[in-house]
Design a protein around this ligand. Structure first.
Ligand code: NAP
Length: 478
């Protein structure tokens, strides 16, 4: 049955209406009204007008709105989770994890604004006091993807709002309800003043209009490297602050002394969770040649045990891929890699948008499955000999988001970790890891150096201001 979502909108939008489809079935979940360029302009103007009063609201009252939003998120958990499952093909445990992480983001943001946000700096001018403090940016534009629609909106939204900014949020089209309209309703009910948050569903044109709007002082973008580069260029031209969290092709490393059964279990989780549609997905399994065959056998066994199906009606490990374009891309990379001589150890097929957990053996660095970010449930295995060759293989990718190293020798693991051009490295774990209080982000083509989480949020979503004062004006020579 088509759901009525009209009540979730904070203001009437005037763009086209589109059918929001359920990836698992193709059924229409809701009729979604999109924003038009004029709606973006109106929302940006309203945000700019509302922001100063919101920033001037005492911090404890802003924190109370964040905490109230957190409690409402918990109360409405079933609604958020159900949309996450049906709209984005998430299995329920993944949706539940995302909900809880978003709850923590809200509480973390509420706590963050009670911290000091400046310093008193010494002055060489007698009698002068220098205040150096962080102040809001003004209006922040947030553009989010569909794979973790709620969390990847919330990790920017919660700190940006808490720190006194107004926000324009463009969720991914497929994720507009779970990662957009439900949040508009949530913050409205939590007491956020009108105009401070506008959710603007739409496609690339809506995101582009937000980036270009003169009222918007910062863009926080999470998505593909290709789109991120374009947004980075535009923001550079307009001298806007921009935070880019982009794609990855993450190395899952198994050294010859690793516990192979544990490594295979971790490798399966890192490669196949949420159908591999995660920026931190274990996209390259680099295994020492002495244990490559053993690891491949164990990983294939794990892959073959995973059930694929509709997460709304069955208990499955993998739901559908997000859309036909993504399904075609994943299938194309697998068949091109097989055509170049890799071997199929598990999966490699599926009906409709469903695709089985797939393991490819004998993958070499010139093959598409090694080079590309697949963003699907595919684990390509590449054998290596020696630490120097391993480091060269890992660092050959332009991406540098996450990596994992399995070894019983922690000192060797640590030494290797420090040689990787990767923003996050997990020893004896897998690549898909996020903790709300630890700065998260990538190197190289995975971002522009910004970080999310915990203490760094205070800097990411503010700008600095120096205010000096003396009790009496000094005399200048002229
Ligand atoms: P995407 O195509 O780059 O889209 C991301 C967002 O940007 C969506 O809201 C999209 O709208 C919008 N958009 C597309 N073109 C735009 C343009 N020209 N101007 C402004 N906005 C535009 O990425 P995706 O397919 O949704 O997500 C998958 C990618 O995100 C992968 O590469 C993944 O690695 C990356 N990712 C990175 C992180 C991280 O933290 N580093 C986390 C998650 C995902 P539409 O939905 O309407 O196209």
């Amino acid at each position: 049955m088509t759901e009525n979502i009209a009540h979730l909108y904070s203001a009437p939008l005037t763009g086209p209406q589109v059918a929001l489809a359920e990836p698992a079935t193709g059924a229409t979940l809701a009729e979604l009204r999109l924003a038009a360029a004029a709606d973006v302009a109106a929302a940006a103007e309203a945000a700019a007008a509302a922001q100063a009063a919101w920033a001037a609201t005492p911090f404890d009252q802003r924190a109370a709105v964040m905490r109230r939003a957190a409690e409402l998120l918990r109360e409405r958990g079933d609604t958020f989770n159900r949309w996450n499952v049906r709209e984005c093909g998430s299995i329920l445990p993944k949706a539940e994890w995302e909900l809880n992480a978003s709850y923590e983001q809200l509480h973390n943001a509420a706590g963050l604004i009670a911290q000091p946000h400046g310093h008193i700096m010494p002055s060489s001018v007698p009698g002068r006091t220098n205040l150096w403090s962080r102040v809001p940016i003004g209006v922040v534009g947030i553009i989010a993807p569909w794979n973790y629609p709620l969390l990847l909106a919330m990790r920017s939204l919660a700190p940006a709002l808490a720190l006194g900014n107004a926000v324009l949020l463009k969720p991914a089209l497929q994720g507009s309800v779970c990662g957009g309209l439900l949040l508009a309703e949530l913050f409205r009910d939590a007491g956020l003043p009108a105009g401070v948050l506008s959710v603007l569903p739409g496609e690339a044109d809506v995101g582009d209009a937000i980036v270009r709007d003169a009222h918007v002082g910062m863009i926080s973008f999470t998505g593909s490297t290709a789109v991120g580069k374009r947004i980075g260029e535009l923001c550079g031209g307009m001298l806007k602050k921009v935070a880019l969290e982009l794609g990855g092709n993450n190395a899952f490393i198994v050294l010859e002394d690793a516990d192979i059964e544990a490594a295979a279990s971790h490798g399966a989780w890192g490669a196949f969770l949420h159908q591999g549609q995660i920026c931190m997905q274990a996209g390259r399994h680099l295994v020492h040649e002495a244990v490559a065959a053993q690891y491949a056998e164990a990983l294939a066994r794990h892959a073959k045990a995973l059930r694929v199906g509709n997460p709304d009606t069955e208990t499955v490990h993998l739901g559908p891929l997000i859309n036909a374009q993504q399904r075609a891309k994943v299938g194309g990379i697998v068949s091109d890699t097989l055509a170049r001589g890799a071997s199929l150890l598990a999966g490699g097929k599926g009906e409709g948008l469903f695709y089985e957990a797939t393991v490819l053996g004998g993958v070499t660095p010139d093959m598409p499955a090694f080079i590309d970010e697949i963003f699907g449930p595919v684990a390509p295995i590449t054998a290596f000999a020696g630490d120097d060759a391993l480091v060269a293989l890992v660092n050959s990718s332009p991406y540098g988001l996450s990596a994992a190293i399995h070894t019983r020798d922690l000192a060797r693991g640590l030494e290797l970790a420090q040689r990787l051009k990767t923003g996050m490295v997990h020893i004896n774990d897998q690549t898909v890891n996020a903790e709300f209080n630890v700065p998260f982000g990538g190197m190289g083509a995975s971002g522009n150096g910004g970080r999310f989480g915990g203490p760094v949020n205070a800097e990411e979503f503010t700008q600095s201001q120096w205010v000096s004062m003396v009790s009496r004006p000094a005399a200048y020579p002229f």
